[in-house]
Design a protein around this ligand. Structure first.
Ligand SMILES: NC(=O)C1=CN([C@@H]2O[C@H](COP(=O)(O)OP(=O)(O)OC[C@H]3O[C@@H](n4cnc5c(N)ncnc54)[C@H](O)[C@@H]3O)[C@@H](O)[C@H]2O)C=CC1
Ligand SMILES: O=C(O)C(=O)[C@H](O)COP(=O)(O)O
Length: 379
C-alpha cells in the first residue's frame, strides 16, 4: 500500500489522492504542516510527502528514513526545502511553479488601488494636474509573478521599472536596482528568499537600511515574497524617520509571529494570503498530483496505468470575474476583494500580553481563510 503524509492545508487533497483515482489501496495521512517531523516520518514511513510552505525539508527530517521517494510542495516558494540534500539522497522534489501568479499580482493591484485610488486612471496626479505622468511601478524579480504583474501594469497604461539580474534585459527588465528604488511610485517585491551561500544575488535583507534610504517616503513598498527579504529591524528604524511611509506586508521576517510594533506602522498587513485563491491553491495541488504520477508511474503504483486527471474545471465554481470588466469600474475591484477586512482581522489578533500576533492565531487565520477568486485576465 502506498502511504502519503500530507499537509492538511493542501486544497482538495482527498479529491486527487484517493483509491478511486489511484486505482489501488492508499493511506493518506493529513496533518498540520508544522507538525510533520522526524518522529512522524519514522512512525508512518511514507512513500511521498506532500507539503506547503511551513514544513522544513532537510537532513534533520529525513536522515533516518529510507521510505520517502517524492516530496511535492504545492507552493511556489522553495526556501523551506534543502534541494541539494534531496538530490544527494535521490529523492525527487517538485514545487508548483506559477500556481498562484495571478492571485499574487491581483493582491498587489488591490493593495495599490486601496491606498491610491487616484492611480486608476494611470496618471500620477499627485505630481501634476496638467501633465501626463504615468504611474511608475517598480518590480523586483520578474519571474512568474513579477512578469504577470507587469502585464496588468501595461494594460493599465503604467510604466514598469523592472529589475532582475538573473534574466536578460527586456522591455520590463529595464532598470538598475537603484533606479527601481529611487524612481518608483510603488515598489513590489517578487523574488525568492535566497542566501549568499545559494546565489550571487542573495535576497536575504535585500531591502535594508541602505535600500530604504534610497526610497522616497511617498513610494509604496509591498512585500508579498518572503518576510526576510526586508530587514524588519531596519524597517522599524526607518519608520521613526518616515512615519508616513506606506508599507504593505503579506509576509513577515519572524512569521508566524508578528510584532504589534510593526503591525501598527503598516498601511496594510495580511497573514500570508496573497496567493490564497480557490484557483491558486487548487492549481498547486493539481501540479504536484501530475508530478506524483510521473514519479511513481505505473510500476510504483502497482503496475496500474493511472490516467492523468484534470479536476480544476470540475472542482471550481463558475468564475464570473473578468479583468476587462472589472477594470472599467474601480469600485467593483474594491468589492471584489476587501483587503482591508483581511488587514483588520490580523490587527484584531494581537495578543495584548505578548504585544504580537502569536503563531497559533496567525496560522488559524490562514487555515480558516475564506479563499478568494481570481479574476480572469484576457487582454
Ligand atoms: N505571499 C504569497 O502568498 C506568495 C508568495 N510567493 C513568493 O513569491 C516568490 C516569487 O514567485 P515567482 O515569481 O512565482 O517566482 P519565480 O521563480 O518565477 O521568479 C522569481 C524571480 O526573481 C528573480 N530574482 C532572484 N534573485 C533576485 C534578486 N536578487 N533581485 C531581483 N530578482 C531576483 C529570479 O531571477 C526570478 O526571475 C516565491 O519565491 C515565493 O517566495 C509565491 C506565491 C505566493
Ligand atoms: O506558494 C508560495 O510560495 C506561498 O507562499 C504560498 O501561497 C503559501 O502557502 P502556505 O503553504 O504557507 O499555505
Amino acid at each position: 500500500m502506498l502511504t502519503i503524509l500530507a499537509d492538511s492545508n493542501i486544497a482538495h487533497l482527498h479529491d486527487y489522492f484517493n483509491e478511486h483515482i489511484l486505482q489501488q489501496p492508499i493511506n493518506v495521512i493529513a496533518v498540520a504542516g508544522r507538525d510533520i517531523d522526524a518522529t512522524m516520518i519514522a512512525e508512518y514511513q511514507p512513500d511521498a510527502l506532500l507539503i506547503r510552505s511551513v514544513t522544513p525539508i532537510n537532513a534533520e527530517l529525513l536522515k533516518d528514513n529510507d521510505s520517502v521517494k517524492y516530496v511535492g510542495s504545492a507552493t511556489i516558494g522553495t526556501d523551506h526545502v534543502d534541494q541539494d540534500y534531496l538530490r544527494e539522497r535521490g529523492i525527487y522534489f517538485s514545487n508548483a511553479a506559477g500556481c498562484s501568479k495571478h492571485s499574487v499580482a491581483q493582491y498587489v493591484l488591490t493593495a495599490i488601488f486601496n491606498l491610491r485610488p487616484q492611480y486608476w486612471g494611470g496618471n500620477n496626479s499627485d505630481i501634476t494636474d496638467s501633465q501626463t505622468v504615468p504611474i511608475k511601478l517598480g518590480i523586483i524579480g520578474l519571474g512568474n509573478i513579477g512578469s504577470t504583474l507587469a502585464g496588468y501594469a501595461a494594460d493599465l497604461g503604467w510604466q514598469v521599472l523592472g529589475y532582475d539580474p538573473l534574466l536578460p534585459a527586456s522591455d520590463i527588465n529595464n532598470a538598475s536596482f537603484e533606479q527601481v528604488l529611487s524612481e518608483s511610485d510603488v515598489i513590489s517585491l517578487h523574488v525568492p528568499l535566497t542566501r549568499a551561500t545559494d546565489s550571487d544575488y542573495s535576497t536575504y535583507h535585500l531591502i535594508d537600511k541602505q535600500a530604504l534610504a534610497k526610497i522616497a517616503n511617498t513610494t509604496i513598498l509591498i512585500n508579498s515574497a518572503r518576510g526576510p527579504v526586508i530587514s524588519e529591524a531596519d524597517l522599524l528604524s526607518d519608520f521613526e524617520r518616515n512615519p508616513q511611509r506606506q508599507v504593505v506586508l503579506d509576509v513577515f521576517e519572524h512569521e508566524p509571529v508578528v510584532s504589534a510594533e510593526l503591525l501598527n506602522q503598516l498601511a496594510i498587513a495580511t497573514p500570508h494570503i496573497a496567493g490564497y485563491t480557490l484557483e491558486g491553491k487548487l492549481r498547486g495541488t493539481q501540479i504536484i498530483f501530475d508530478e506524483f504520477l510521473t514519479v511513481f508511474g505505473p510500476q510504483g503504483l502497482g503496475d496500474v496505468a493511472v490516467e492523468a486527471v484534470y479536476l480544476m474545471d470540475e472542482l471550481l465554481p463558475e468564475n464570473p470575474y473578468r479583468w476587462q470588466q472589472l477594470k472599467q469600474a474601480p469600485e467593483q475591484l474594491a468589492k471584489f476583494y476587501d483587503i482591508k477586512a483581511d488587514d483588520a482581522l490580523l490587527g484584531e489578533s494581537v495578543d495584548n500580553e505578548a504585544q504580537a500576533v502569536l503563531a497559533e492565531k496567525f496560522d488559524g487565520l490562514r487555515k480558516n481563510y475564506a479563499l478568494r477568486r481570481e479574476w480572469l485576465f484576457e487582454r
